[in-house]
Design a binder for this molecule. Structure first.
Ligand code: NAD
Length: 263
């Protein structure tokens, strides 16, 4: 059903897959106009865009950008502002993972992880805030991780980056607290997505165990519930944070980790 009223707009980075795709669908279903983003070409992202469009009340659009490049991060936010008339809700979700001992970590991979998750989060917030301030309303949700609060071996750049995203979240929240804008970080534990599936083999290598043991002993062992979180569970929280009843929730981390960080 097409809704003729002027919708609020939402940019979700990394929304062609996994957690971001679930958030994009939840917002589209709720009536927001959604900017779907990924590193993929429009052709490769067509299925994801179609999934979002299938539940949307306002036509979503796809934006391709490589967020390991600073200029592309800023250009992405500017393109959405130009095409949609502004960004009311910004979800910084794009991220990658690489598992290796620190003394073998390729510096190029280290920089790429930092650029995609931290630099791009700073740059998109920087570009979106003036419009949010002018409208006196905005919601920023950064998808950090349980690894923004706790460390694990063999993931040093990821852990460092996610801790930094938590710090950035708090600082932004304090700066804009009186202007109707909130900024929070969601910290998921292990969520079964392509990002997690792809790291099972690497984890098996560095931990010298079978892939089955990686799932049981490395991934699910820290989660007292002993099951993967589902992308929809993260999407529902991201949706809650956009509502008026969440207007006093700012500068905080919300763990959805099956009890991991209670320990
Ligand atoms: P995913 O691999 O399913 O999706 C990653 C998304 O990021 C895709 O849309 C992809 O296009 C985009 N992306 C990848 N590289 C990019 C680049 N260079 N430039 C622009 N976009 C790029 O991942 P996911 O598991 O859904 O993870 C999403 C976020 O949630 C990440 O920030 C991740 O760190 C975080 N997270 C995931 C888990 C988990 O267990 N899956 C746990 C905690 C936090």
């Amino acid at each position: 059903m097409v809704d003729a009223s002027e919708p609020k707009t939402a940019l979700i980075t990394g929304s062609t897959s996994g957690i971001g795709l679930a958030i994009a669908k939840r917002y589209a279903e709720a009536g927001y106009r959604v900017a779907v983003h990924g590193i993929e070409t429009p052709d490769k992202a067509a299925d994801a865009l179609a999934e979002v469009a299938a539940v949307a009340r306002h036509e979503p659009a796809y934006f391709s950008a490589n967020l390991s490049n600073d200029a592309q991060s800023t250009a992405l936010a500017k393109a959405v502002i130009e095409d949609f008339g502004g960004i009311d809700i910004l979800v910084n979700n794009a991220g990658i993972q690489k598992v290796a001992p620190i003394d073998e970590f390729d510096p190029v991979d280290f920089s790429r992880i930092v650029a995609i998750s931290l630099d791009s989060t700073f740059l998109t917030i920087r570009a979106a805030l003036p419009g949010m301030k002018a409208r006196g309303w905005g919601r920023i949700v950064n998808i950090a991780s349980a690894h923004g609060l706790r460390a694990s071996p063999f993931k040093a750049p990821y852990v460092a980056t996610k801790h930094a995203v938590v710090g950035l979240t708090k600082s932004v929240a304090l700066e804009v607290a009186e202007q109707g804008i909130t900024c929070n970080a969601i910290c998921p534990g292990y969520v079964w997505t392509p990002l997690v599936a792809a790291q099972v083999a690497d984890q098996a290598r560095v931990h010298e165990m079978s892939e089955e043991d990686v799932v049981k002993k490395v991934m699910l062992a820290p989660q007292p519930t002993r099951r993967f979180v589902q992308p929809d569970e993260i999407a529902e929280m991201a949706y809650y944070l956009t509502g008026d009843m969440a207007r006093s929730i700012t500068g905080t981390t919300i763990s959805i980790d099956g009890g991991w960080t209670a320990k």
